[in-house]
Design a protein around this ligand. Structure first.
Ligand SMILES: Nc1ncnc2c1ncn2[C@@H]1O[C@H](COP(=O)(O)OP(=O)(O)OP(=O)(O)O)[C@@H](O)[C@H]1O
Length: 528
């Protein structure tokens, strides 16, 4: 059968056809080829349509410019996205997206959607040179372009900001040249060197636990404080990230504003607004205060402003931010005597309604809440405790712990409590305060301070309550008794055993306003 059909098939295929006299096998070959090409074309069409469908699923608003009001669009990128980072150590890394706390009380800053934020990465494209480009829109007029670095070459980023353009082909550096983050700037090392005279010694403002702080002036004459982190210390790099992510977007007139940061090679720097009137420690205990002591009104303004800054961290953000190192050197003062809380390096984000067990206890001796020091249990009430110590420091002009004083006065809380129980509130006042404050105002401030250092953290007021107590004018009639009662509680915070020993066979009775009196030391009365 095959012997017969083969020559027959050959004959048939070799016959000439009417199409240009071509042989049949040529026509068949052309048809098979054309069919194959058509098949490939259809397959590619199918793949493209599938890809489009998947994109429209992930980024629906790109294809739905006007979403129906009834349609809730949940973008892939969440509302909290505020920062994009490229890991300079990994040439192939994709931009990473971080979540940071969302301020509640600033609706105009609250991101409405990833679309409004302009954070949606556009599809990756091919550059003319064949390198992959990643474009990220970060605001109305801002776009960062990351060329993917090839194996041999350095990468860079171009930024288009309000007409400004920096070419991606500029000198090969390993990180973005200048970028406008959603909340601030990515500064280059070069820019910060230029601003600080090459990090000159005469530009050093001070040195803290995490690095040296320099004063700088940017090209546009903006004054800045550059904190150069010692990232060779394990903790500093971590603190850097915590600080950047936690406070980049936070805006409040009583909080020092982070303008941006620099991360080039091993360098890690934070760039802050420059606050130009020293810090509270310098005004209370340093040269600034000895030449021009702060008035009572200024001190009260500093207490109230600091309370407002802390209240914003605790009650105006979700998740809330616990400062963890409230102290006088972290309260900067501007020319209008407004306080600005600085140094969020110790800040740790907390989920609402729960305490956080920290990996290590941090903070500054003399300001640390007893429960925090003992257990590492941390919540915003630890800040309230430190704030209570700060009020005492501001009123008395004394350091929280001062070993140059007689033993009974070394600890500020103990000394202050003794002064209160001896009904000598006036003796607590910093003798350098030019004018004596009204007695009522002094007692109110002492009462609030003592409430803040209550040994029971649950009984400490929230910062919002603290502000209320300062602002309302209905200070309790029997204020003296309340102050001494709080003094008793404060004493227990530091010296629970000593208190019991001192009290010995103490007796107690109840006042008609519900307060309880305790007799100690053979007759001296503490109300509590
Ligand atoms: N934004 C700023 N504007 C002006 N001065 C600043 C600014 N930030 C910090 N300083 C000053 O720089 C110095 C060092 O500050 P830094 O916060 O690093 O350390 P610290 O608060 O003294 O100690 P710690 O690191 O233990 O908190 C301080 O004198 C501080 O007042």
């Amino acid at each position: 059968m095959s012997d017969y059909s083969s020559p027959f098939l050959n004959d048939q295929l070799s016959k000439r056809t009417f199409i240009f006299g071509l042989r049949l096998w040529v026509i068949v070959g052309v048809c098979v080829g054309a069919g194959f090409v058509l098949l490939l074309f259809l397959i590619s069409l199918w793949i493209v349509s599938r890809r489009n469908r998947s994109l429209s699923h992930h980024y629906p608003h790109q294809h739905l410019p006007k979403a129906s009001p009834k349609t809730t669009i949940i973008p892939l990128v969440t509302k909290e996205i505020q920062e994009i980072r490229v890991d300079p150590s990994d040439a192939k890394s994709a931009p990473q997206i971080f979540q940071t706390p969302t301020p509640f009380s600033e609706p105009e800053q609250r991101p409405q959607s990833a679309e409004r934020q302009g954070f949606l990465p556009s599809p990756q494209e091919q550059s003319p040179a064949g390198r992959r480009m990643i474009h990220i829109d970060i605001g109305k007029d801002h776009r960062i372009t990351f060329p993917e670095r090839g194996s041999g070459g350095g990468g860079g980023a171009s930024s288009h900001a309000s007409g400004e353009y920096r070419s991606a082909e500029q000198p090969s550096i390993a990180v973005p040249e200048v970028s406008h983050l959603g909340w601030g700037h990515w500064y280059t090392l070069r820019e910060l060197e230029a601003a600080t005279g090459g990090f000159a010694d005469n530009k050093v403002i001070g040195e803290g636990g995490y690095g040296i702080v320099y004063h700088g002036v940017l090209e546009d004459n903006t004054q800045i404080a550059v904190k150069n982190l010692l990232n060779n210390r394990g903790q500093a790099e971590k603190e850097f990230e915590v600080e950047v992510e936690a406070i980049g977007r936070i805006r409040h007139k009583n909080l020092v504003r982070l303008l941006g940061y620099c991360a080039e090679g091993a360098h890690r720097m934070l760039v802050y607004e420059y606050v130009d009137n020293g810090n509270l420690e310098q005004w209370l205990h340093g040269s600034l205060g000895s030449t021009r002591p702060l008035s009572w009104d200024i001190r009260m303004n500093i207490i109230l402003g600091t309370a407002k800054g802390l209240m914003y961290l605790h009650e105006g953000l979700e998740p809330k931010v616990v400062h963890r190192d409230v102290k006088s050197s972290n309260i900067l003062i501007d020319r209008q005597w407004n306080p600005k809380v600085s140094d969020f390096g110790l800040a740790k984000l907390l989920g609402s309604e729960k305490s956080y067990i920290t990996t290590r206890v941090m903070g500054t001796f003399g300001y640390v809440a007893p429960e925090y020091a003992k257990t590492g249990m941390l919540n915003e009430k630890s800040d309230v405790y430190s704030f209570g110590i700060l009020i005492m420091e501001i009123i008395s002009g004394r350091n929280p712990v001062d070993y140059s004083r007689p033993p009974a006065e070394v600890n500020l809380v103990e000394w202050l409590k003794n002064m209160v129980t001896d009904r000598n509130s006036e003796g607590i006042l910093d003798p350098r305060i030019p004018e004596r404050p009204p007695s009522r105002a002094l007692k109110k401030a002492l009462l609030v301070a003592l409430k803040c250092v209550d040994p029971d953290s649950q009984k400490r007021p929230k910062m919002g309550h603290v502000i209320h107590m300062f602002e309302v004018d209905d200070f309790p009639y029997r204020d003296e008794r309340r102050v001494t009662r709080e003094a008793g509680r404060a004493h227990k915070a530091h010296f629970p055993d000593k208190e019991a020993a001192e009290a010995g066979g103490s007796s107690s009775g109840r006042y008609d306003d519900g307060s309880v009196s305790t007799r100690v030391d053979g007759g001296r009365e503490l109300s509590g």
